[in-house]
Design a binder for this molecule. Structure first.
Ligand code: ZN
Length: 289
C-alpha cells in the first residue's frame, strides 16, 4: 500500500495526485471514475494520439457545418466535380467560403485545443489527427497536426498548385471576382480543403492509419465517429492494442468498444485532467509556449 501511494512513475503522477484529481472532478461534476482513469491513462501514455472532430471547435464558437444552423443546412455543399465543371458552382462555392472565412477569422483555441498541445509538449501525445480545417490546433501550439480534410488556411490553384493566403483571395471575391482564377495558369482557385467527391489526401491518411496502429492511447474527441475515416481509425487503434477513450457530448456508435467514455464538455474535461497531470509533472498546464 505504502509503495503504491508513494510510487511516482517516470512522468511524475502519483496516487496522491489521482486522489486530488478525483476531488477536482467531483467538484466539476465529472464522473469520478472516468476522470481519474483518464488522468492515469494520459500520464502513462507515451505514444498517445488525439483524434478530433467538429465538437472540439464548437466550443470555440464555430458551428458544425452539418448541424442545424451550420452552413450546409442553408445551402448544399459544392461537389468537387461540379466545382471543376461549372463557373456558377465555383461562384456558389466562394460565396459560402466568404461566410465561413468571416466565422473562422475571429475563432480562437479553447481549453480543449490547449490541453492537447500541452500533452504533446509533455510527451504523452505524439500527434493530433483532425477532421477540422480551422487551424486551431496549430494556433494552440500543437506541433504535429495531421489534417485529414485539408486546411482553410491556404488557397491553391487546382492545376499548378500555386498557393495564396486566404485573406487575399477572399478580398478578391468580395471585390467582385466571383470565381477567382490562378494568375499564372488561369485554372480555378480553391480552398486547400477536401470537398465532397474529392479524394482524401493519401499521405495524411497513411500517416493517420500508421499512428493508429502504433498508439498506446487513442483519444477520440468531439467526433460523432460515424463517417469514414472517423469510424474506423479508433477501431484500428483499439485492435492494435491502444486504450480507447471517447470524449463527446453525445453518444457514439463506438462507445461500447471504448475503455473510457465521457459525455461532457471537452474543454472542461481536458482542463481538469491536464491541470492535474501538469501539476504532478513539470508544472506545464494550459499556458501556450
Ligand atoms: Zn495555376
Amino acid at each position: 500500500m505504502g509503495v503504491l501511494l508513494d510510487r511516482r512513475d517516470e512522468k511524475g503522477i502519483s496516487s496522491q495526485h489521482v486522489v486530488a484529481l478525483v476531488k477536482l472532478a467531483a467538484a466539476s461534476g465529472l464522473k469520478m471514475s472516468s476522470a481519474a482513469r483518464l488522468a492515469r491513462l494520459i500520464a502513462n501514455a507515451e505514444r498517445g494520439v488525439a483524434f478530433t472532430g467538429a465538437g472540439i471547435s464548437t466550443e470555440s464558437g464555430l458551428s458544425d457545418f452539418r448541424s442545424p444552423g451550420g452552413i450546409w443546412s442553408k445551402s448544399s455543399p459544392v461537389m468537387y466535380q461540379n466545382f471543376v465543371a461549372s463557373r456558377a458552382e465555383r461562384a456558389r462555392y466562394w460565396k459560402m467560403r466568404v461566410e465561413l472565412f468571416r466565422e473562422f477569422r475571429t475563432a480562437v483555441p479553447n481549453d480543449g485545443h490547449r490541453a492537447i498541445a500541452a500533452l504533446e509538449r509533455r510527451g504523452n501525445l505524439v500527434a493530433v489527427v483532425t477532421q477540422n480545417i480551422d487551424g486551431l490546433h496549430q494556433d494552440s501550439g500543437s506541433r504535429r497536426v495531421i489534417e485529414l480534410h485539408g486546411t482553410a488556411r491556404v488557397v491553391a490553384c487546382i492545376s499548378c498548385g500555386k498557393e495564396w493566403p486566404p485573406e487575399e483571395i477572399i478580398a478578391r471575391v468580395e471585390a467582385g471576382d466571383e470565381a477567382p482564377e490562378c494568375d499564372d495558369c488561369g485554372a480555378p482557385l480553391k480552398s486547400k480543403t477536401i470537398s465532397f467527391g474529392q479524394a482524401m489526401p493519401a499521405h495524411a491518411m497513411e500517416e493517420a492509419a500508421s499512428l493508429s496502429r502504433e498508439a498506446d492511447l487513442y483519444l477520440a474527441i468531439g467526433s460523432s465517429l460515424v463517417v469514414e475515416p472517423a469510424a474506423s481509425l479508433p477501431v484500428a487503434a483499439k485492435q492494435y492494442g491502444a486504450t480507447l477513450v471517447i470524449i463527446n457530448r453525445d453518444p457514439t456508435p463506438l462507445d461500447d468498444l471504448a475503455d473510457v467514455v465521457i459525455h461532457e464538455s471537452i474543454g472542461e474535461t481536458l482542463r481538469a485532467v491536464v491541470d492535474e497531470v501538469g501539476q504532478a509533472g513539470n508544472g506545464d498546464g494550459l499556458r501556450p509556449e
